[in-house]
Ligand binder design. Structure first.
Ligand code: KIV
Ligand code: ZN
Length: 390
């Protein structure tokens, strides 16, 4: 039996992700993404924010009615109308989850909500109780938790668990935390909230400082049992924690985290590409795990190492995330070993002298041409063979 802790993956591509500029999807596209998320093995699909628009309502309702195998969550603010509308959309799901949120930080209390700390607690408890009247599976999010005074955050978390929340989410709404800070917040809640053990603590990190994945992992190290994330890290502003990165970090470094997820990692690349095709939001070439360069090597020393033993320069196998294979890119930094290997794979058996001369011609071409295709290599070899026959 594995002693690894299983961390729940709560995917919010269809809610927080869809909220990002350029991230909107039509109904059919949302259904395609929902199917891909079920196939990928996420634990929870946040399908939308039902009161936000008729489109969101329809998406949450149809995903609830038709997709099995994952919990389906709908987001709502902490008021009766939102919660009732969320339940209307979710009620036929196999495993519905009502996700209620209310901001807790002083900045949000003062400038956005105009509410006192006591009013926040009262409102949060009422919201959880109302949701609980519909379904047992209730998540409460303390929006802007990371900028909330720790004493007050502890009071809110204790109160919502007491009211019946089964998951309490700790968002870094504005991407302000650092890994040590996030770890301290989760550890502080576990140490100081007497009923913390009665709910799953969750992290929801935004990427404004590029730290969303690191902060989520720090939350898990401290004891969080759920990570909220999106495919390709899409989301408000700089995005959310990237699902593929956080999942592969836990899997590749399970020696360190002693954690895993239920994700079928071989579907990470196809899912990333599907989302990118649908939204038109391109994945940056050097993005970890799913970027085109994530398993590509151009430097001669690296290519030589890769041909001798892949673990010299790769910590994951491309097949494990859904790429066909490692890509030994031929360019001006490539070495003779990779060129000889490519010639062989194109069906040419060349001797050492032929490789030497081919390599010279290849370097001249590579100085003037950025992308060298197999057809370029083949025509260099054919020209060379033709010249040696005359
Ligand atoms: O970033 C955030 O605080 C959110 C909550 C609604 C969970 O997206
Ligand atoms: Zn968010």
């Amino acid at each position: 039996m594995s002693d690894k802790r299983i961390i729940k993956i709560f995917d919010t591509t269809l809610r927080d992700g869809e909220q990002s500029p350029g991230g909107s999807m039509n109904h059919e596209e949302k259904m395609q993404i929902a199917q891909a998320l079920v196939d990928l093995g996420v634990d929870v699909i946040e399908a939308g924010f039902p009161i936000a628009s008729p489109d969101d309502f329809r998406a949450v309702q149809e995903i609830s009615n038709n997709f099995k195998g994952a919990e389906i969550a709908g987001l709502c603010r902490c008021n009766d109308q939102d919660i009732d509308r969320a339940w209307e959309a979710l009620q036929r799901a196999e495993a519905p989850r009502i996700h209620v949120f209310l901001a807790t930080s002083a900045i949000h209390r003062e400038f956005k909500l105009n509410m006192s700390t006591d009013e926040i607690i009262e409102n949060a408890v009422e919201g959880v109780k109302r949701a609980k009247g519909y379904c047992d599976n209730v998540e409460f999010s303390t929006e802007d938790a990371v900028r909330t005074e720790m004493d007050f955050l502890c009071r809110v978390v204790e109160a919502v668990i007491e009211a019946g929340a089964t998951t309490v989410n700790i968002p870094d709404t504005v991407g302000y935390a650092t890994p040590a800070h996030m770890g301290d917040v989760i550890q502080g809640l576990i140490d100081r909230v007497p009923n913390a053990g009665d709910a799953v603590l969750s992290v929801h990190c935004h990427n404004d400082l590029g730290l969303a994945v690191a902060n989520s992992l720090a939350g898990v190290e401290a004891g969080a049992g759920q990570i909220e994330c999106t495919i390709n890290g899409i989301g408000e502003r700089a995005g959310n924690c990237s699902l593929e990165e956080v999942v592969m970090a836990m899997r590749t470094r399970s020696d360190f985290y002693s954690c895993d997820t239920r994700i079928n990692s071989q579907l990470l690349v196809p899912t990333s590409q599907l989302l990118s095709r649908i939204t038109g939001l391109e994945v940056q070439r050097n993005k970890a795990i799913v970027g085109r360069n994530a398993f590509a090597h151009e430097a001669g020393i690296h290519q030589d190492g890769m041909l001798k033993e892949p673990t010299t320069y790769e910590i994951m196998r491309p097949e494990d995330v859904g790429f066909d294979k490692t890509d030994l890119v031929l360019g001006k930094h490539s070495g003779r070993a990779a060129l000889a290997d490519r010639a062989r794979s194109l069906g040419f058996e060349l001797d050492d002298d032929q490789i030497r001369s081919l390599f010279k011609q290849f370097k001249t071409l590579a100085d003037s041409k950025k992308d060298i295709a197999d057809s370029d290599i083949a025509s260099l070899i054919e020209q060379q063979l033709a010249a040696s026959e005359t």
